[in-house]
Design a protein around this ligand. Sequence first.
Ligand code: PNS
Length: 173
Amino acid sequence: MSTHNGVKLPQSHAVYPGSFDPPTNGHLDVIARAAAIFPLVTVAVVVNPQKRSPFFVLDEREEMLRRCTSAYANVRVDHFRGLLADYINRISADVIVKGLRVVSDFENEMAFAHMNRSLSNVDTTFLMSDSSYSFVSSSLIKEVFLQGGDIAKYVPAVVLECMQQKRLAHGRK
Ligand code: PNS
């Protein structure tokens, strides 16, 4: 937590957690909004042992996020294993940021927010991404891309390039 003239600044370090497999324009929209509100935003990629075959490995996801957020001086990219609540404590962050696209997102997020507060007394702030991204999710992007659809509108150029490279590396057009 930072201070200003000796006064503790509350909620000055925000953590925006996610799988980011891959990062989408919706994620970037939330990052931009968070960076305009909080002095420091850590975009934290979860190392999720349950998801055995991600499209991008952890290093690739972090690298894409770094390239996509390089314009923001107050955004850093990191990763974590285990509980988000423990990670928040470890790095002394103050608040969690989550993006909401549609009302149904809120149903799960509310339980997560209560659990995280119960575990580590950290609050969650919800930022609504632009309505033009309301239907954009990483899983849908992968599905459309793998079926040959055009995803250029939904992901940053860096991500599109990485997805195309990955497809070439696997010998598919
Ligand atoms: O992008 P995603 O996959 O929707 O992100 C989900 C994420 C990473 C925010 C959530 O799975 C998470 O917080 N995982 C860490 C493990 C944890 O703390 N689980 C309890 C959540 S209350």
